[in-house]
Ligand binder design. Sequence first.
Ligand SMILES: Cc1ncc(C[n+]2csc(CCOP(=O)(O)OP(=O)(O)O)c2C)c(N)n1
Length: 661
Amino acid sequence: MPLNTALLSQACAQARGLAIDAVHKAGIGHLGLPLGAAEIGAVLYGSALQHNPDDPRWLNRDRFILSAGHGSMFLYAWLHLAGYDLSLDDIKAFRQLHSKTPGHPEFHETPGVECTTGPLGQGIGNAVGMAVSGKMAQARFNTPDFTLFDNHIICLAGDGCMQEGVAMEAMSFAGHQGLDNLIVIYDANDVTLDAMADKTQSEDSAKRFKAMGWDVISLPDGHDLEAISKAISKAKKATSGRPQIIIAKTIIAKGIPEVQGTNKGHGEGGAKFGEAARAGLGLPADRHFYVSDGVYAYFAAHKAKLQRHYKKWIKTYTAWRAAHPEKAALLNQRSEKPSASALLEKIASFPADAKLATRAAGRDVLQPLAAALPLFVSGSADLYGSTFNYIATDKDFEKADRAARNIRYGIREHAMAAICNGIAYDGIFRPSCATFLVFTDYARPAMRVAALAKLPVVYIYTHDSVGVGEDGPTHQPVETISSVRLIPNFDVIRPGDPEETAAAFAAALENTSGPTLLALTRQALPNQNDIPVATRREGTLKGAYIAVAETAPLERILIATGSELQHAILAARQLGAGTRVVSMPSMARFDGQSRDYRESVLPSSCQSRIAIEAGVSALWHKYVGPQGRILAIDRFGLSAPFQVVMKELGMTPEAILAAAR
Ligand SMILES: Cc1ncc(C[n+]2csc(CCOP(=O)(O)OP(=O)(O)O)c2C)c(N)n1
């Protein structure tokens, strides 16, 4: 069908008008992208995207990701026109409290918004993650007789995204993996926020993308509806086995002559010329937030057409379910919430005399869990040999094997975390990934978004303290654990022995409303065999529990996590019958328990408390109170064998005894 360019041009003018009016009303926002990329929006939502506005989570929809999240009014205007559940009133409430149109797009808040974006570059990582998820879904669910998944992932990104390291990490990974279900549209308007882009960039982007294994489609006029349509259709039909990037030359803030094509057009600066701009666009002076009947009618007819295609797919899906009930059951598992106690039943208890690092316990625990949860996928940033989270019965995810569940990310921690977010947004597979805990700092921006967007990503981060030993302070996290504990909606679990590790993994997989970080040791720890297995497992699920109970009136409480649990238990034996040991693998889980439970573990009548953890003292004040003592490491570590480092920095039973006395 030929493109209805006359109508789509009107839609562009009206989408521009919605952005001008919304930004003007809010007094803040970004006009540059919604105006500069209006024609791209018109082609996507008016023709190219395979979607159904009435079923925004349709499994086989094209995913559209606005990586340049500051241009949120672009998305809101086109979602409204396309017929999503987003009214003109919602657009009038742009950036207001509890609106469906927040400053930057937020997952869960607006139908049709696939990802929370705004931190530049993240969306490209998310799109790559969705492309991975799409490839896995094709391999696991398409059959010779039925094609369930044939959708594309389309991402709109600007110069800002392209300048970010995470985008280049992710694009390099996508090129290597040959993710040909991925299309990036580069809104190359040569403008960023402060200045023209040539102040800060001069590379030949096309050559760079080609060198990374992408096909580059040049679009010299990103306002030519026919040309945009041809470029997207060429990208969708490409058979090269490579991801596609369309470099679209656009004019930022097109439609506001006073600022267009300059960095003054990026933000709300153009809004003061709004009335003249609206007149220039042919919009009625007396009707703001204007959409013509003709434009609504076009999109209504287009939606009806999309729905015919959708209904055909539903028929295919129904027949597929009947023909492949085992695959259908597997696909259904995506919306099941695993129960930690049921998962723990799959994990045999460790031998009483086991002495192993919690990373090694993690390896043993991961295998039955991966068997129980076939949609669970693993990954490591070139450290499987140390993080031990390879699914042993599975293979490497690669071009020739898209069903495999181990993803080798290379040394790209930030992209790894952003790609995991993409997999999690997609909601079919359950992503986990691994590196050394200290390299949280390389992945943190994406980890923060995971918490904000309530994504159930599991981080299996090992080498969790100065117990790393000889690699020295560059590799020894001290502030890292506490810094992640500070992120809202983020569970951090630092288990102290193999059974606590089993429960930590089960807890992480049970949590489907946010991320969980598992902090695991490099060095071996004894199995705390004097404490019943059930006590350690159930106690870990609660975040903290009484590991060793006092046998006389309570005199003092020792609180420990991870590798320091063993020291607290040894010290308690010497301190006598009035000493209690509390193991606290997860502050967040403990804080979520009832007041009665918390009081039963840490009774307010006992203020004589000592906390010990091989990390900064930061959050421990809350648990030991003003009269308590904290044995912590408020400095960087040391390069030496781990026993020497631990002793030098006071992580010993003797140090606890000295503090107690
Ligand atoms: C990680 C990150 N750094 C900085 C910002 C603030 N910021 C928002 S938009 C922008 C400029 C982006 O330029 P570009 O992608 O070219 O967008 P355009 O000017 O074309 O709208 C900046 C620096 C941000 N959102 N995220």
